[in-house]
Design a protein. Structure first.
Length: 314
């Protein structure tokens, strides 16, 4: 399937809990301009003004470029979930955005074509174009950070779905038999449901498992370090985490059958996972189903802005 022609220049903005990044890319995805700023977490007007300044600064920097055009389209990777009926942000790791119609307010401020995705889907889109999943007919980008989410691309195109939430695998439920097998509690999730996968398989989920087994750690990397040092409780937390993560990825294989799974988020930096996961996934699949390649990301935390730029260029 051939891709439609891209615009000459597009801006991508990735909005995170601590930083906002803008990249300007040409049609070949070469970065022409990049800038990061701190996220105004509790100041909504300050947030809108910050994005307005980022865009105007990019315009000024690129105004003399041969490929620059007026009113460059902007792709924006928003955190959390947006209600497509009301336009309101339902949840975000930027408190000032929750309950706000960010899309409408940014349209008023920026007065140019805007295209929205969430940060997880933009990560997947980036990895599907020149990233770790380049050349595969389908891919799933599975984020394992503070939470767990992702995005699904088919022939390089992002599949967002009816509600725009395709890829929210972190809010599938952990089966009762797995909770029983490992004697785990049914944990509440910030989404309002109970027993969501992200409460167990994310980086913060691994720490929660460690605490359940009677110890504590500052973050997931500390749990892995304790396990490597021979701490029995850390080893148990790591083993249970691997089993639950294997289950979650196996369900992705059964539901979407992606040709490759690209991990993102903090846990994607833990190299031993890639050797351990194929067997952990296969344990939850029936005979004859092959586990697709599970690979690290090529662009890391730069993928969100790059994926947002792809939205703008489309």
């Amino acid at each position: 399937m051939s891709e439609p022609a891209r615009a000459a220049v597009g801006y991508g903005i990735d909005i995170g809990g601590t930083k906002i990044e803008l990249v300007a890319c040409d049609a070949a995805l070469q970065v022409l301009h990049r800038r990061r700023i701190a996220t105004p977490q509790g100041d909504y007007d300050g947030f809108l003004s910050a994005l307005e300044t980022l865009v105007s600064d990019a315009d000024a920097q690129l105004a003399g470029a041969a490929r620059f055009q007026a009113d460059v389209a902007v792709g924006i990777a928003l955190p959390g979930v947006r209600d497509r009926r009301s336009g309101l942000q339902l949840s975000a790791n930027v408190p000032a955005l929750t309950g706000r119609n960010v899309a409408a307010d940014l349209q008023t401020r920026l007065r140019r074509p805007l295209r929205f995705g969430n940060d997880l889907q933009c990560f997947a889109l980036s990895e599907a174009h020149g990233g770790a999943a380049d050349g595969y007919p389908s891919m799933f980008g599975a984020i394992l950070g503070t939470g767990a989410g992702g995005g699904y691309c088919l022939h390089g195109r992002l599949v967002s779905g009816f509600n725009g939430i395709a890829g929210e695998w972190g809010h599938w439920s952990v089966p009762a038999q797995l909770l029983q097998r490992h004697n785990l509690p049914l944990l509440d999730c910030a989404c309002g449901l109970r027993g969501c996968l992200e409460r167990y398989v994310s980086g913060s989920g691994l720490v929660a498992l460690y605490r359940h087994f009677g110890a504590d750690a500052a973050d997931a990397s500390a749990v892995f370090a304790d396990a490597d040092a021979g701490d029995a409780r850390a080893e148990e937390a790591r083993a249970v985490h691997l089993d639950l993560l294997g289950h979650g990825l196996a369900m992705l294989v059964l539901a979407l059958d992606p040709h490759v799974i690209v991990l993102g988020g903090g846990l994607s930096q833990h190299a031993p996972l890639y050797a351990a996961l194929p067997a952990a996934v296969a344990a939850h699949l029936f005979k004859g189903v092959q586990v697709p390649p599970i690979v690290p990301p090529r662009f890391g935390d730069a993928g969100g802005a790059r994926g947002a730029a792809l939205l703008a260029l489309s």
